[in-house]
Design a protein around this ligand. Structure first.
Ligand SMILES: Cc1cc2nc3c(=O)[nH]c(=O)nc-3n(C[C@H](O)[C@H](O)[C@H](O)COP(=O)(O)OP(=O)(O)OC[C@H]3O[C@@H](n4cnc5c(N)ncnc54)[C@H](O)[C@@H]3O)c2cc1C
Length: 460
């Protein structure tokens, strides 16, 4: 049954430019969820067309105490943009302009609704590079990336999104607009307020403009794909590759369940035989990359790789990466529900992590598939469950508890890149000390005293 528009929607529409507010049921439904399982209808959606519209929305909402949730492309994995308490969703999809690319300054200024891949293509044409590469980069927005401090395979060498954010314009809860940081590659003027907003999951302000650092695009790249008889061998090869000093840009590992799922979907000829797969990329000048690939081949062979393939240049590397990019879809194609946890462990615990995944699987009789950014210790640990079976929900809850407890006991973290949102709210008190939670609450109260920004998430 269609919900009636909230009593304040006409006043909101009057306070904002024409055609920016919608209460149409289909629009509300399209802004209720993200790529995780939670969903909650907003009462109105504002399609912001400029920073002033975002600011005016927040002024209106703070005067009336209405919750406001910022939304990028809705590709998040933790329910971050789900309007858990209803109210207004601010969509940034119309804020999709690349404002400036300045080659000499190594800077891009973008609106938050620009798709990450589009910026990468635009700067590439000028010989420039914006490295952060979440697997969702063809769809997700830069505003979402900044707000979740997104990572990706290349973050091993180049760092996460935060490392490229020089400055932000942010609409605060009271509707004021503030600029933090700037456009220089170094800046130590006052506190690091860019760092407070980056990764804040829409709970401290709404980002209306982003100034990003660009670097020179590496002249060339090569990649190496290796197959091992065990994840243990692959994990050991990861350590050796990193410690060799050849400057690997990415190091991705997949376990046997993931490879079996890929074989079932893509065929045996596409997925080499073996129980663990390692993909590594190296970029730089022609000679440096050629030397490094030779060293990398020797290292993986030393660690028992049974099958090694190398590729040079964009086309060849992309062919090797195409298998890695299929892992997530292959796991989904098993028909099981994929509970994707982006835990991160200290790198010395990689072998332990794979062993622990296997132990969990054996103990509870539910498959655990591990793949991901092994170089950073950021292993996507996927509990593959059949929720049509009785008791499975209870078992997976226990498995998640055991997984997070173990990761924390090793000094790891419950999220390396997706964030906490609603999905990991339950484990926030275990992952953060009482003092750290109080500090978060203090920052939140200072910037959003009424608690209107993205309520219902891990800060309550
Ligand atoms: C197939 C797939 C692969 C993925 N791979 C990766 C990966 O490799 N690495 C990785 O890190 N993540 C990955 N993700 C998760 C997701 O894509 C990232 O979290 C991404 O940054 C979300 O961007 P978005 O634009 O979709 O944001 P949304 O999902 O819309 O929002 C995410 C959070 O940011 C807030 N937000 C959005 N815009 C703003 C704004 N302008 N101001 C303030 N807050 C805002 C929202 O309130 C929410 O809390 C993947 C997701 C999918 C579906």
């Amino acid at each position: 049954m269609a919900k009636t528009a909230p009593h304040w929607s006409a006043a909101l529409a009057k306070a904002l430019p024409r055609d920016t507010v919608s209460t149409a049921p289909t629009t509300l439904a399209a802004h209720a969820g993200d790529s995780w399982f939670a969903s909650h209808l907003p009462e109105a959606v504002v399609f912001a067309d400029c920073a002033a519209t975002v600011a005016a929305t927040l002024r209106f909402a703070s005067a009336k105490g209405i919750p406001v949730t910022a939304r990028g492309a809705g590709k998040g994995y933790v329910g971050g943009c789900v309007p858990a308490c209803g109210g207004i969703v601010v969509s940034t999809e119309r804020l999709n302009r690349i404002v400036e690319i300045h080659k000499a300054d190594g800077v891009a200024v973008v609106q938050p609704g620009v798709i990450t891949g589009q910026l990468q293509e635009a700067v590439r044409k000028l010989g420039l590079f914006y490295p952060p590469d979440p697997a969702s980069l063809k769809d997700n927005f830069l505003g979402g990336n900044v707000s979740t401090n997104a990572g990706g395979p290349r973050c091993l060498k180049y760092g996460v999104t935060r490392n490229y954010v020089l400055g932000l314009q942010v609409a605060l809860a009271d509707g004021s607009l503030v600029r933090v940081g700037g456009r220089t590659h170094k800046n130590k003027t006052g506190f690091d307020l860019v760092g407070i907003f980056a990764g804040s999951e829409g709970m401290l302000g709404i980002i209306t403009e982003i100034t990003l650092k660009l670097i020179a695009h590496p002249p060339t790249r090569s990649a190496i794909s290796a197959v091992f008889n065990s994840p243990r061998q692959a994990a050991k090869a990861v350590q050796s590759l990193i410690l060799s000093g050849i400057g690997v840009a990415a190091l991705e590992v997949a376990d046997s369940f993931t490879l079996a799922a890929a074989r079932a979907r893509l065929g045996d000829s596409v997925v080499p035989k073996g129980k663990a797969h390692l993909l590594s990329e190296i970029d730089g000048t022609e000679t440096a990359v050629a030397d490094a690939i030779e060293t990398a081949e020797a290292i993986v062979a030393e660690h028992g790789a049974t099958h090694i393939t190398s590729a040079h240049g964009d086309a060849g590397c992309e062919k090797l990466w195409s298998l890695r990019r299929e892992f997530s879809a292959s796991l989904k194609a098993t028909g099981l529900t994929k509970l994707n946890e982006d835990i991160t462990v200290p790198r010395s615990r990689l072998v332990d992590m794979f062993t622990f995944g296997a132990t969990l699987q054996k103990k509870h009789g539910i498959a655990v598939a591990c793949f991901g950014h092994a170089g950073d210790g950021n292993i996507h640990t996927n509990i593959m469950a059949d929720f049509t079976q009785p008791g499975v929900k209870k078992t997976t809850d226990i498995m998640l508890d055991e997984l997070f407890d173990q990761v924390l006991a090793w000094g790891g973290t419950i999220s390396g890149e997706h964030g906490i949102g609603i999905a990991k709210k339950k484990w926030w008190p275990r992952a953060a000390s009482p003092e750290l939670r109080t500090l978060h609450a203090t920052v939140k109260n200072a910037l959003d005293p009424q608690g209107i920004l993205n309520p219902g998430k891990f800060l309550g």
